[in-house]
Design a protein around this ligand. Sequence first.
Ligand code: C2E
Ligand code: CA
Ligand code: CA
Length: 678
Amino acid sequence: MKAFVNVSIQRKILLLTLGLGLFTSVLIAAVIAYRDFNQAQKAFSTRLNLEVKIISDNLGSAVVFQDYEAIADTVASLSAETAILSVKVTDSSDELILAKEFQAQRGQSQTADFNAPILVDGERVGSLLVSTYNEDLARVLKDVFLTVAICLVFLLILVVALIMFLGKYISKPIVDLYHIAEVIGDTKNYSLRVNIQSGDEIGRLAEMFNYMLESIERRDENLEKQVIQRTLELEKLAEEFRHRAFHDSLTGLPNRALLGERFNLAVEHADRQQNMFGCLLLDLDNFKTINDTKGHNYGDKLLIEVAERLKATVRKEDFVSRLGGDEFVILLIDIDNVETLDEVLKKILASVSEDFYVNDELVKTGVSIGASIYPYHGSDINSVKRKADVAMYRAKDAGKNCFQIYSPEMQEDVKHRLMIQTDLQQAINEEELILYYQPKIDLKTKKIAGHEVLIRWQHPKEGFLTPAGFIPFAEETPLIIELDYYVLRKSCETLSRWQKMGLKKYSLAINLSGRHFTNFKIVNFLKDYICDYRIDPSWLEIEITEAVLINDPEVAQNVVDAIKSLGVRLSLDDFGTGYSSLNYIRTLPIDCVKLDPTFIRHIQDNEQDQKLISGIVSLGKSLNLEIVAEGVESFEQLVMLESFGCDYVQGYYFQKPVPEAVLLDWMKHFDYAHYQKS
Ligand code: C2E
Ligand code: CA
Ligand code: CA
């Protein structure tokens, strides 16, 4: 059965049709044979019964008279019947009178006997017994076989026709369907179709199959379209990511990563052309201040403007990138000589120095540019860029808003800078740093009001250094913080000593770097020192500049407030040099403003400066602020400041910054009247 289930539909139909045909023909033949046989049987016995009856009727007198000849003649009439085996005639006492055997064909198993009484006037005088074999059965069987054979021939023809019909309309379409499905399964070619056109279930099945294929094909097409779409989207995204990875999101300029790549290309190009290229490092001068005072958004917009201007100033083949913050790098391709480089540098400087308009507001910025040249200043990006960096620092040192082209001597500066930075740590530990003091004179009382602490360094190799020789380098590292802690501790020691010496109240003003104002550490140090040295906090004065607000103005403001709440005095140093000085006066809790020496320097012959100072003084007074004029070097300056109502003066005219011993000695002999003579 299992084997049958697995054979092909064509074979199944063939086998079923054949089997059914055979079964039907045998059945039909059997029915016909059975019916024919029964009819023949009946006809045979009716006929023999009749014949036996007629003969027995004719035998009456012959039996009564024992006329054997007549009996035999009468019986002989039966010889026409081929199926008779024997005939027996008996008398009334059943004594055999005649027995006759016939030449019928033997071997037939089935026999039948026919009996009839021999009557004379209704009285039985004997009996007739006829034995026969069923001759008709054989004949019938022959007929049956013939019928079956004919039936089979017809049936075969019918079956072949049926198979052809079924094959054409049922099995072939199914097999075709199967083959197409198999091919599609193997090739995944959904564009194939089944060609069956009939209205029956198979036709409908084929239609549905084709419809399904069409749907799959359409879905495949959609899927393919979607895949193409997705691939395009992914490619776009990848491109975007690539762009992001290599570009600065703010200005859209290439970033550090792309600079590396382009630098290598520039090297290849320059080597091929036997030419050189310039590497410029640009740093905006007052960007941090602009950013802090105007906000980051404003700063960002300015950076975008600067980037645009830089791009517009250089040629297309040059490469402008942003390293971050306000630092840009430009590669100037195909520079023939230093003069060309010089010209481009001037052009860039002029372009960035021009006024910018951000949010319809005028803003000025400068740029310090350091330039180096490939291949003269290095063969790889690091060395070439480092040289540009050195030159850039030199430009900053030279007063900003200018450019410098690297020269080997500059390297000495870098070495020096590094040496100072390395030695400074040891200097703090070894107490090589010395505190100098510069007195501050009260113009009302004509007395010494206090002193500013100014650091000096007795360097083992470099000799005696003023702050200009190391403070700017210290400011580049966290060393400045340690340095200030040192100065603060030493100043507290001095104050404590002076208190013990019974000196009258002299305040000590200490300069703090803007770097302290990002957290509250300085507040804790101050608290500890005041406590440890048991000093009156009002003897301490902290000098800050607007630089304290550079990083995070909110935190800085809080730190300044906390210092103030310790009872320490606060003064705003270098007033007038910064960006928007008046703003700081309002926001910071200061007691005192220190006018920068640049205001004082030309006071006697500059009316503008005079107006400015008298204005600041009256403004300070209205805000309850004390005004200190720094850098007073002459009697004329002193007179003028006095006339403006300035509260304190500080400068070489009275005393330079000096060591403690010199100061104490000078204090002993101080007499204001001595300074009132020119
Ligand atoms: P500053 O706070 O503005 O200090 C005043 C500077 O003016 C001092 O320079 C002082 O010597 C100088 N000066 C005073 N009177 C006159 C004058 O009449 N004429 C001229 N030409 N100059 C005068 P110094 O001592 O060289 O200090 C320079 C700067 O170094 C200071 O400027 C201050 O910002 C910084 N500095 C000094 N000591 C420290 C310190 O302990 N910590 C920190 N963070 N900075 C310090
Ligand atoms: Ca100062
Ligand atoms: Ca100052």
